[in-house]
Design a protein around this ligand. Structure first.
Ligand SMILES: *Cc1c(COP(=O)(O)O)cnc(C)c1O
Length: 354
């Protein structure tokens, strides 16, 4: 039986993506060849890459607005340094909202001065700092839109005069935003888009080429742009799964349609967390993530019972990250409202027992 998969990443993808991707691995479009044995320079694969790049820009509303979409390798973790390599000349600002932000800050420090414009470390990152000032002499400001581990999400982005860079690994394509406010967006595929192995980078071309240092080809966004994201062999399978997921999303009605479902799922789960005395939410209410909900048991003694119950209900991947503990329910785009309903049922059953 298919599980209700609440894993944080790699994680759930639409069932139709699994099906189409597995068919393509066996026999790509009736060609007698597997998707993963054809040349990445073949027309078949070039079409896939182009479709994935176009769909990404189209869904974000960035087509014809000076942006390029790339599917690179090395994960969001490589983008921590690649963003700085390409954009940080003297000084950059970072909003520290958790473990991923801290990793991004660490890499940026190799390339220049880093100003932490705000931090929520004082309360184990259970909120998003607000009211911070952004110096106007920064090369860019870097944010993490959704903090996968802590379950917080930036609801309002600062108006800045400096370029805005955003790690959207765990909430890209999940909600409507004015994406033109960002100059560089990156997101590892494996949270909301496809199989692990590729990272979507969306970059506004006019922010590039301003640093004085020499950039190695593989780390230079301009090189990847000039080669249409095919400077070297791309992660063909991962890119194909991204293309399929983006197609699925487009057919569903795009980001506005998925946002509505995501809001329903979040509302269903958070109202259970708030009303059920057995559970306590981790993230501050106004900053709660619609993708990753973090919560704890009010009484740790109930852990064994609760763990047995959700496993029995066919739920997978509910354990919280080791730095937070408790539970984390990741409700990415492909998660159905019904699956969230199953979890909520288990939680209310727990209240009757506990
Ligand atoms: C998972 C995650 C990363 C790291 O992604 P990799 O692809 O494993 O490098 C970075 N940032 C955020 C917000 C994440 O959720």
């Amino acid at each position: 039986m298919k599980k209700h998969n609440f894993s944080a990443g790699p994680c759930i993808l639409p069932q139709e993506v699994f099906l189409k991707a597995s068919e393509a691995v066996m026999d790509f479009n009736g060609s007698g060849l597997s998707l993963i044995e054809i040349s990445h320079r073949s027309k078949e694969f070039v079409d896939i890459m182009e479709k994935a790049r176009t769909l990404a820009l189209e869904l974000l509303g960035l087509e014809g607005k000076g942006y390029q979409a790339l599917f690179l390798q090395g994960g969001a973790s490589l983008e921590f340094l690649m963003a700085a390599y390409n954009l940080l000349d003297k000084k950059a600002g970072y909003l520290n909202t958790g473990a991923w932000s801290e990793k991004a800050i660490k890499e940026a420090k190799i390339f220049g001065e880093v100003v932490e414009v705000g931090s929520s470390k004082d309360e184990n990152f259970n909120y998003i700092p607000k009211g911070y000032t952004v110096p106007d002499d920064l090369d860019y400001l870097h944010l993490t839109s959704n903090n996968t581990i802590f379950g917080t999400q930036v609801k309002k982005f600062p108006k800045t005069t400096v370029p805005l860079v955003c790690d959207m690994s765990s909430d890209i394509f999940s909600r409507q935003l004015d994406f033109t406010q960002f100059d560089l967006i990156y997101a590892g595929a494996q949270k909301n888009m496809g199989a692990a192995g590729t990272t979507l980078v969306v970059v506004k071309e006019d922010v590039l080429g301003k640093v004085s240092r020499k950039i190695p080809s593989m780390l230079d966004y301009k090189v990847h742009i000039s080669k249409d994201s095919m400077f070297n062999t791309p992660a063909v399978f991962a890119v194909y799964t991204c293309m399929l997921t983006l197609e699925w999303l487009k057919n569903l009605g795009g980001i506005p349609a998925i946002e509505e479902i995501n809001e329903k799922k979040a509302q269903l789960l958070y109202s259970e967390i708030d009303l059920n005395p057995v559970f306590e939410g981790f993230a501050k209410m106004e900053d709660r993530s619609h993708m990753n909900a973090t919560f704890n048991l009010a009484d740790e003694k109930l852990k064994e019972t609760f763990d047995a119950m959700w496993k029995e209900a066919g739920i997978n991947g509910l354990n919280g990250h080791r730095s937070v503990g408790g539970y984390r329910a990741s409700m990415y785009n492909a998660m159905s409202l019904e699956s969230v309903g199953i979890l909520v049922d288990v939680m209310s059953e727990m209240e009757r027992k506990g």
